[in-house]
Design a binder for this molecule. Structure first.
Ligand code: UDX
Length: 426
């Protein structure tokens, strides 16, 4: 059992704190927002994340998990301090290290000797050094340990990691960090800090590349009369390619891919390399929003200006309530700009959200379809499959459907009277 402090209680910090407590460690999580800390102390988790509330409740009840306001109060007894603060995108595409620096400056004097500060935030190559300098201590270690959890399955991903990456110049410090995760039995990659930091960006940029590839491929399939799902099936059995991250959609979004791909381009640029391949990946993604908008326009039998559009799905993917850089919202905004009026439903969204201002959000998937000229599926929530499509068709002015996630069975919805268009299939 080790004593751990976690700074920042966002998706990464809160999940990290909760699962480390679950593994038997003594964990104190710190955040700057008093109200958030008060809620968390009562086991009230402010984000939608499968299994997280249960883990937090378990940790609180066992006395292994606590929440405090401010990093300073969390670190004094800690053998390990995880930095899990956000690294927003700076104006030039690079990652903004303000919060990391602030946290490091705040804890520097308070760390006990031999403590290990672990960077879990996604930070540019070289940031381990930045943290070392900001801490201003030569008796503590700074180690990079990037996090690969996906929103929506964060707890599962943390407890079943494909690998654990630890970047350190000090082998003994790396082994102490590795010991924290011993019970997870995951492959360990122990490397230098710069390589560890690069692994995170390289992984996310590669996954974004796969999605952009399949989105571009879907366009080709549409043009040549092939079915992208069959093509991906035939490709995926090749173990070198695999089936993962080859589902076409309205583009990739969320809190990581857009930020990390741009940061990777920027990192390369600063180092004198033009990462044209990755710039292309980003361009394909930006164009995808416009393609989806055009698809909806083509499906309409009335002009888009003045059309009434029903939308299912606003979050950047299913099983999360996160709207950050959501392709769904991006497409909705473009349709609005062309004069369409939108009514949207999302299973995870109720009540007003700043990023949805100006979009009418109802809490019933059928209600949004009343009188609509077209229905657009933008997020792949499984429950959409099981709705009553005969009823939906009856409610709409015109039974027309654009399925940007290939979520629905075309034959089944056509039988209910719909004109259907998916992605990359005739
Ligand atoms: C991602 C990485 O997967 C994770 O390892 C990292 O730690 C953080 O960034 P996340 O942002 O939660 O996780 O979402 P992810 O499931 O990777 O999806 C990213 C985007 O790609 C979403 O918009 C999703 O809809 C899209 N996507 C993903 C597709 O369009 N098709 C796919 O086949 C997979």
């Amino acid at each position: 059992m080790s004593t751990i402090a976690v700074i920042g209680t966002g998706y990464v910090g809160l999940t990290t704190g909760a699962y480390l407590a679950h593994l038997g460690h003594q964990v104190t999580c710190a955040d700057i927002f008093e109200e958030k800390v008060a809620r968390l102390r009562k086991g009230d988790v402010p984000i939608l994340e499968a299994g997280l509330e249960e883990l937090v409740t378990e940790g609180l009840a066992a006395g292994r998990l606590d929440f405090v306001v401010g990093a300073a109060g969390a670190v004094e007894d800690a053998e390990f301090v995880f930095l899990c603060v956000q690294t927003p995108q700076g104006e030039d595409g690079s990652a903004d290290l303000t919060y990391i620096r602030e946290a490091a400056a705040e804890i520097g004097e308070r760390l006990r000797p031999e403590a290990i500060v672990i960077n879990k935030s996604t930070v540019p190559v070289g940031s381990t050094r930045v943290v070392e300098q900001t801490l201003g201590r030569d008796d503590v270690f700074v180690v990079s340990n990037p996090e690969f959890l996906r929103e929506g399955s964060a707890v599962y991903d943390c407890l079943h990691p494909d690998r654990i990456v630890i970047g350190s110049d000090d082998q003994a410090a790396a082994m102490r960090v590795a010991a924290l995760f011993e019970s997870l039995k995951a492959p360990l990659v122990i490397t230098d800090p710069a390589s560890a930091e690069t692994i995170k960006y390289a992984s996310n940029a590669f996954l974004a590349t796969k999605v952009s590839y399949v989105n571009a491929l879907a366009n080709v399939c549409e043009a040549v009369g092939a079915d992208v799902r069959e093509v991906v099936l035939g490709m995926g059995y090749d173990k070198r390619i695999g089936f993962e991250f080859l589902k076409p959609g309205p583009g990739w979004g969320g809190s990581c891919f857009p930020k990390d791909t741009r940061a990777m381009v920027r990192i390369a640029e600063d180092a004198g390399y033009d990462f044209g391949l990755l710039r292309g990946v980003i361009t394909v993604n930006d164009e995808q929003y416009e393609r989806m908008t055009a698809k909806v326009e083509r499906m309409l039998d009335v002009p888009v200006d003045g059309a009434s559009i029903a939308v299912w799905g606003l979050t950047f993917k299913a099983r999360t309530d996160d709207l950050r850089d959501s392709p769904s919202v991006e497409v909705v905004r473009r349709l609005q700009a062309k004069g369409a009026s939108i009514k949207a439903y999302d299973p995870a969204i109720s009540g007003p959200r700043p990023s949805l201002e100006g979009i009418e959000v109802l809490d019933d998937p059928y209600a949004v379809c009343e009188g609509a000229d077209v229905l657009v599926v933008l997020t792949e929530w499984d429950e959409f499959r099981w709705l009553d499509f005969a009823k939906v068709a009856g409610l709409m002015r015109a039974a027309r459907l654009v399925d940007t996630r290939n979520l629905l069975e075309p034959a089944a919805v056509r039988r209910r009277g719909f004109t259907y268009d998916g992605l990359g299939r005739a």
